[in-house]
Design a protein around this ligand. Structure first.
Ligand SMILES: [Fe+2]
Length: 130
């Protein structure tokens, strides 16, 4: 199965996570088995732990993605990505436990998508109201 730009794959044996920068037709393999495509999940629930990134404006006029999610050593957001909807630009921020899960970046909210990766619950996108 051909890959697509910016797809994220994980090896279920060793935990390697890779992202497709330039797609092609080959299958991604690690530890002698196909890597698993990480589907973007959307959280519709209003209670409990939130995974969906939120794009908002701060006083300094920058737009940021913010998370309401644990940032503990055993359960945390490992990275946030912001990319243009046409996938012509990609910005990635790695996070560590105890950090605030936010990405302070100049952007036009209508032009971008944001995703984030939880070490336990996987890949999440923004909640869409439509
Ligand atoms: Fe989580």
């Amino acid at each position: 199965m051909a890959t697509e730009k910016l797809q994220i794959y994980k090896c279920e044996v060793c935990g390697n996570i890779v992202q497709v920068l330039i797609p092609s037709y080959g299958e991604l393999v690690c530890c002698n088995q196909p890597m698993k495509l990480q589907e973007i999940q959307h959280d519709k629930s209003e209670v409990g732990e939130k995974h969906a990134p939120v794009i908002e404006m701060r006083e300094d006029k920058k737009f940021v993605t913010v998370k309401t999610h644990p940032m503990l050593k055993e359960h945390y957001i490992q990275f946030i990505e912001v990319y243009k909807k046409d996938k012509s630009e990609l910005h990635l921020k790695y996070l560590n436990p105890d950090e605030i899960a936010e990405f302070n970046i100049n952007c036009i909210p209508e032009e971008i998508d944001a995703i984030e990766y939880c070490n336990i619950h996987g890949l999440w996108g923004e909640n869409k109201n439509d």
